[in-house]
Write a protein that binds this ligand. Structure first.
Ligand code: ZN
Length: 425
C-alpha cells in the first residue's frame, strides 16, 4: 500500500539540529534526502504554511494571507485572528470560500483519506481540512468527514506542552499509522514553537523541549520502518514550517498610522495593519485607495521597515493584491545574536487583541534569514538516502510530491513533485 506520512516540528530552524540535542533528526538526515535550500512562505506563519502545505499553493491562490488578516465586511475592514477555531468557517460564510483551492484531504477523500493530528493553534490545524473531507484532531475540537464533531472518547484531548505532544504522537503511531492506515497521515508538533515564543532561543528550557520533540520524531521514524518492513510503500517527510528570530523591539504600526493621519482611528475600518509577528500586512479599504501613495511613502521611510511589497510586487512573495491587501512588510532584521549566541534578531509588529509581544523571545512571520530557514528531510521512492539536495524546494512542493507518490494527478498547484526523474506538468 502506498502511503504518505508528514511530521512537522513547528518552528524548528535548521541550524538548531545537532547530534547533541536532536540525535534522531541527525540519524534521519543520514537515512533520508536532506533539502538544504528548503523555503517557506511569507508571512512565515504556521496558519499560512499549513494552508500552503495542504493545498500545494501559495497564499495568492489559497487565500489565507496571514496568521492575522483583515476581511472586508459591511462595517469596513475588520481584523481577524486566523487562529480562532471558527475563523475559516466564518470566512466561508462571508466570502463563499474557506480556502480557495482544494486541500490534500479533499483530493484524497476517495483515495485512502487523510488524518491530521495538530497541536498548534486551532486555525492552523483546521487549515489542513476546513471543509471536512477527512479527519482533523485538535484540542479545541476534533472533526470527521462532513465536519461532524467527534465524540468525547474519540477527541484529541491534550495540552499544548511536551506531554500533550507526546500523547498525540503515541496516538498517531498506534491508532493512525498502524491501525487506521490512511493514505496521508499528518502529525504537527506544537510545543517546539510555543516554547520559543515564551523563552530565549537556545536557552536550557528551549533545548529540553527540542530534545523531547526529537524523541517524538524518533517514535514516528521507527513506526515507518515497521510499516515498510510489513510491505507498505511509505514516503516520509520530516520538517518544519519556519524558524524563529529573537525579538529586539516591538513597533505599534497601527498607532503610528493613526498618528500620521493615514488611518482614521484605532478601530477604524479604512486601513488595518495586521501584525504577523515580524511581518505586517496592511489592508486598505477600496473607498480609500487614494491613500496608497502616501501610505507607501510613509512605510518606506520608517526605521523599522525591512522590505516592502506593494500591490504590484506581492506576487514576488506568493501573495496577491486581492481582498484589500495593499502592502506586505517584513520588519527590519539583522544577524545579531542573543545572550545564548543564537544569531538572528528582528523587530516585531505589536500584536492586536491583547496578545503578548514576546520581547527577547522568539518570533517569526518575516523574511529574516533564520525564520526563513526551516528544514526538510524526505525518505522513500524517488529520494536518495545519505544525500543532500541544494536546489530550492518549497513547502508547496509537498502536496504534489505526495500526490505523485500515491499515483494521483497533481494539477492546479504551484509546487512540483520532488521525486527524482519526475517532470513538471
Ligand atoms: Zn509554526
Amino acid at each position: 500500500m502506498r502511503r504518505a506520512v508528514v511530521v512537522t516540528v513547528d518552528g524548528l530552524r535548521s541550524d538548531m539540529i545537532s547530534s547533541e540535542v536532536t540525535p534522531n533528526l541527525c540519524a534521519l538526515a543520514r537515512e533520508a534526502e536532506r533539502f538544504d535550500n528548503y523555503r517557506t512562505v511569507f508571512p512565515s506563519c504556521t496558519r499560512v504554511v499549513s494552508a500552503s502545505l495542504a493545498t500545494g499553493c501559495f497564499p495568492a491562490r489559497h487565500g489565507l494571507q496571514g496568521n492575522s488578516v483583515a476581511l472586508l465586511e459591511d462595517r469596513g475592514l475588520v481584523l481577524h485572528d486566523a487562529g480562532h477555531p471558527d475563523f475559516l468557517q466564518y470566512k466561508r460564510r462571508l466570502t463563499g470560500r474557506s480556502l480557495a483551492v482544494p486541500t490534500l484531504a479533499e483530493r484524497l477523500r476517495d483515495h485512502g483519506g487523510a488524518i491530521t493530528l495538530s497541536n498548534v493553534s486551532p486555525g492552523a490545524a483546521y487549515a489542513h481540512d476546513p471543509d471536512g473531507h477527512g479527519y482533523v484532531y485538535h484540542r479545541a475540537g476534533s472533526f470527521g468527514p462532513g465536519r461532524v464533531r467527534l465524540r468525547a472518547e474519540e477527541h484529541l484531548d491534550v495540552t499544548l506542552d511536551v506531554a500533550g505532544d507526546r500523547r498525540m504522537t503515541e496516538r498517531f503511531v498506534g491508532e493512525v499509522l498502524e491501525q487506521r492506515r490512511p493514505a496521508l497521515a499528518v502529525l504537527w508538533l506544537g510545543e517546539t514553537d510555543h516554547i520559543q515564543h515564551e523563552v530565549a532561543l537556545g536557552s536550557p528550557e528551549h533545548r529540553v523541549v527540542l530534545g523531547a520533540a526529537d524523541a517524538h520524531v524518533g517514535l514516528v521514524v521507527d513506526a515507518v520502518s515497521r510499516l515498510r518492513a510489513s510491505g507498505d510503500d511509505v514516503i516520509l517527510f520530516v520538517g518544519s514550517d519556519h524558524g524563529h528570530q529573537t525579538v529586539e523591539g516591538v513597533v505599534d504600526v497601527e498607532d503610528e498610522l493613526v498618528s500620521a493621519g493615514l488611518k482614521l482611528g484605532p478601530a477604524s475600518g479604512d486601513v488595518v495593519a495586521a501584525s504577523n509577528g515580524t511581518a505586517v500586512l496592511i489592508y486598505v479599504h477600496p473607498d480609500h485607495a487614494a491613500r496608497l501613495p502616501d501610505l507607501r511613502a510613509f512605510l518606506e521611510d520608517r526605521p523599522w521597515m525591512g522590505q516592502i511589497f506593494g500591490p504590484d510586487e506581492l506576487a514576488a512573495v506568493g501573495q496577491a493584491g486581492e481582498a484589500c491587501l495593499a502592502f506586505a512588510v517584513s520588519m527590519r532584521a539583522s544577524d545579531a545574536a542573543n545572550a545564548f549566541g543564537v544569531p538572528g534578531s528582528s523587530l516585531a509588529a505589536k500584536p492586536a487583541l491583547g496578545k503578548p509581544d514576546r520581547l527577547g523571545c522568539g518570533q517569526h512571520g518575516g523574511l529574516g534569514k533564520y525564520e526563513q530557514s526551516p528544514f526538510m528531510m524526505v525518505s522513500g521512492p524517488g529520494f536518495e538516502a545519505h544525500s543532500v539536495r541544494n536546489e530550492p524546494a518549497f513547502v508547496v512542493d509537498i502536496a504534489p510530491t505526495i500526490l505523485a507518490h500515491l499515483g494521483l494527478a497533481w494539477s492546479n498547484v504551484d509546487g512540483r513533485p520532488l521525486q527524482a526523474g519526475l517532470k513538471r506538468r
